[in-house]
Ligand binder design. Structure first.
Ligand SMILES: *[C@@H]1O[C@H](CO)[C@@H](O)[C@H](O)[C@H]1NC(C)=O
Ligand SMILES: *[C@@H]1O[C@H](CO)[C@@H](O)[C@H](O)[C@H]1NC(C)=O
Ligand SMILES: *[C@@H]1O[C@H](CO)[C@@H](O)[C@H](O)[C@H]1NC(C)=O
Ligand SMILES: *[C@@H]1O[C@H](CO)[C@@H](O)[C@H](O)[C@H]1NC(C)=O
Ligand SMILES: *[C@H]1O[C@H](CO)[C@@H](O)[C@H](O)[C@H]1NC(C)=O
Length: 627
């Protein structure tokens, strides 16, 4: 279906889409929209003479889908309410006393807290951190497989890696092949904890943009079973409160570098999907080899969505469950560099795909005070009411190595094209389909603008998305020179984040890996709209629709989102909802994404990691509240 749809000329194509979508969705979105007329501020010739299928009246009369209470509300209102509940459940779990924190730990993790838990709690408390055990879930997700490896093996792997941050008696040092900003930033972050009680550890660091470990799923599953079997509560009298330390390892003769047996080439998807469960769609669907033409965008609402919008954020960014992402995201189409290992070893990094096995730290870029990423430490934009009703995006055409043969599949290119009024208008008026996206059908998301032939014009009223560099391959020397796609994009000047904050809407799209601007966006007074396939340290503490607006990685929902927020033709705007999410996201970021919160996270992570690296790990723990 998807493929054949592309072959038919524009109007027919839309009609086919209409049939497909109409067959699947009743006219409820339509009811909502039928109140909209043409936008008053746009006086444009109506497109063609074809009948607008949306105006057929029997569309509204599908008795098989009576409007229920759920359907009366806009899906985004429903999703926001669910998010509210989700956050309240989290907040109710806040612990204020160490005994409560320890008990929440035991319930959730199935073992005693690690040695040093009391000092950690005091540190968190002193720094005014909101302590909810669930906020640390990512640590356990990342570290649990290591219970399946021998502690001595982990210690040697870490110490023998090429790029290492080491802690010895509270002294933090790093070693790499040359000076590296990330090594500097991350060791500075560890130093920031500033506690003498920090355990002695070696952290192997991923210095590349791209995430790198994909251990076959079956192997990880075995390790996870070992972790599960190792749970339990050692009798308090047998618990040891102090780690053995790694003096013995330090005293050993130099054992040479640890070799992770890097695999230096792709295609990456074929490697990455080995990290998915055997019954997942990613493992079952054939590997795509042809990346020409527009990507396989859904002609219906995205899978797992709630009437078109992201319902489950974890699922929306899971390539194992959404194998079409292999042809929709530069990380799979062609990353800049591939250097992948199938061996489990304790590699720390700032972001990873759900199928990767790295241990996450808060990204180094989140620690920098460089305003290019952070947007500055103090000012985060003016009041909402003074902002423009605009969406702004600036960035390089990164995401991987874009080439003539496959640039049409890159996420940033797609986003910029879909937010370019001229390119959308061209798609509406010419018979040539756009090179890298698909026009939405008429009934899609109950959009008013395409129904009137005005999608491009409407997009032009609010969107300002542009590249600052085309990054083409092979390199053509200049930022804006790129024989194969320069006709589709024009460059804009870099726009400092402070200036971007003059617009209300700040979409954030993955680059070569995660986007380093995200924390800055969350802390701003504008509204972040996020699409990603990457996991980060903060995932368990951010609630979609409450603290940010989630977008599907196809971006097919972006027009619906913008129509909901801005309205159309002067009607139906939900500026208040946008303002609320922007405000709540910012307040929450000031509560749980502070530099102190990163330190609290890393401190907990190091305590757990030190225990896993210790031969006595089964007996090590903190039971101060029980004795
Ligand atoms: C910390 O490590 C550096 C580099 O090895 C060393 O020069 C310094 O003496 C150490 N400081 C302490 C307090 O151990
Ligand atoms: C973990 O172990 C318990 C028994 O200790 C068992 O009931 C449970 O099913 C196991 N979970 C997994 C995911 O293996
Ligand atoms: C969201 O999706 C994930 C991944 O499939 C799943 O584990 C989780 O249970 C889902 N959450 C909800 C609330 O359905
Ligand atoms: C928008 O699209 C048109 C037509 O493809 C192109 O000429 C123009 O450079 C694009 N603008 C931007 C900002 O990329
Ligand atoms: C993207 O296209 C280039 C050029 O054809 C090719 O070398 C590369 O392997 C493609 N990516 C994948 C994943 O096949």
């Amino acid at each position: 279906m998807l493929r054949t749809v592309y072959k038919i000329p524009n109007l027919n194509r839309r009609f086919v889409q209409f049939i497909v979508v109409a067959a699947l969705f009743s006219g409820l979105g339509w009811l909502y929209l039928s109140s909209y007329g043409a936008p008053e501020h746009l006086h444009l010739p109506h497109l063609g003479s074809h009948k607008d299928p949306g105006s057929t009246s029997d569309f509204n009369k599908d008795a098989s889908h009576p409007p229920g209470p759920e359907n009366d509300a806009h899906p985004i209102d429903t999703l926001s309410r669910t998010a509210e509940t989700e956050l309240n459940i989290l907040l109710a779990k806040e612990t204020r006393e160490i005994s409560d924190a320890a008990s929440a730990y035991r319930t959730r993790r199935g073992r005693h807290p690690p040695p040093g838990f009391d000092a950690w709690f005091a540190f968190a408390h002193k720094n005014n951190a909101l302590i909810v055990e669930d906020f640390f879930d990512q640590i356990y997700h990342d570290l649990n497989p290591f219970w399946g490896l021998e502690a001595a093996v982990i210690r040697r792997q870490a110490k023998g890696f090429e790029h290492v941050i080491s802690v010895r008696k509270g002294n933090v040092t790093w070693r790499s092949d040359h000076d590296r900003v990330w090594m500097q930033l991350w060791s500075d972050m560890v130093k920031g904890i500033g506690e003498e009680s920090l355990p002695d550890v070696d952290l192997a660091i991923n210095v590349m943009d791209e995430s790198r470990l994909v251990v076959p799923w079956d192997e990880i599953d075995g390790y996870m079973k070992a972790e599960n079997a190792s749970r339990g509560f050692t009798p308090t009298s047998e618990v040891i409160a102090k780690c053995t330390g790694i003096a013995a390892l330090d005293a050993e003769e130099h054992a040479g570098l640890f070799d992770p047996e890097w695999i230096p080439h792709g295609p990456y998807w074929a490697l990455a999907r080995e990290g998915c469960p055997p019954d997942s769609l990613a493992r079952k669907m054939p590997v795509t080899t042809d990346f020409s033409g527009a990507p396989p965008l859904p002609t219906e609402y995205p899978e797992h969505s709630y009437r078109g919008y992201v319902r489950n954020w974890t699922l929306a960014k899971s390539p194992c469950d959404l194998p079409n992402l292999q042809g929709l995201h530069g990380s799979f189409v062609e990353p800049i560099s591939i250097s992948t290992s199938k061996r489990l070893f304790p590699l720390f990094g700032g972001s990873k795909l759900p199928m990767n096995n790295e241990i996450l730290l808060p990204a180094a870029m989140y620690w920098t005070s460089d305003p290019f990423y952070s947007g500055g430490e103090s000012v985060h934009g003016g009041p909402w009411a003074q902002k423009q009703d605009k969406l702004i995006w600036r960035g390089a055409a990164s995401g991987g190595r874009n080439r003539r043969e496959n640039w049409t599949r890159f996420q940033r290119h797609r986003f910029v094209s879909m937010m370019n009024g001229t390119s959308v208008k061209l798609a509406e008026t010419s018979n040539r389909p756009p090179p890298n996206f698909e026009l939405p059908g008429y009934s899609y998301y109950g959009l008013a603008a395409p129904r009137n032939g005005y999608l491009g014009d409407w997009v032009a009223t609010f969107a300002d998305a542009a590249f600052v560099h085309l990054l083409c391959f092979p390199d053509e020397g200049e930022a804006g020179k790129c024989a194969y796609d320069e006709q589709y994009f024009s460059l804009a000047a870099e726009t400092p984040m402070q200036e971007q904050y003059n617009s209300k809407y700040l979409p954030d799209v993955d680059g070569n890996s995660f986007s380093g601007r995200y924390r800055g966006f969350l802390r701003s007074t504008s509204l972040p709209m996020k699409a990603t396939v990457y996991s980060e340290w903060h995932d368990a503490r951010l609630v979609a629709w409450k603290h940010f607006v989630p977008m599907d990685n196809t971006f097919v929902d972006v027009y619906g989102l913008m129509q909901y927020f801005l309205g159309f033709g002067g009607k139906g705007a939900h500026d208040d909802v946008a303002a609320r999410i922007a405000r709540e996201g910012r307040e929450w970021a000031e509560r749980v994404l502070r530099r102190e919160d990163m330190l609290v996270y890393v401190y907990r992570l190091l305590l757990e990691y030190a225990r896993i690296c210790d031969d006595e790990r089964h007996r090590l723990g903190w039971v101060g509240d029980l004795v």
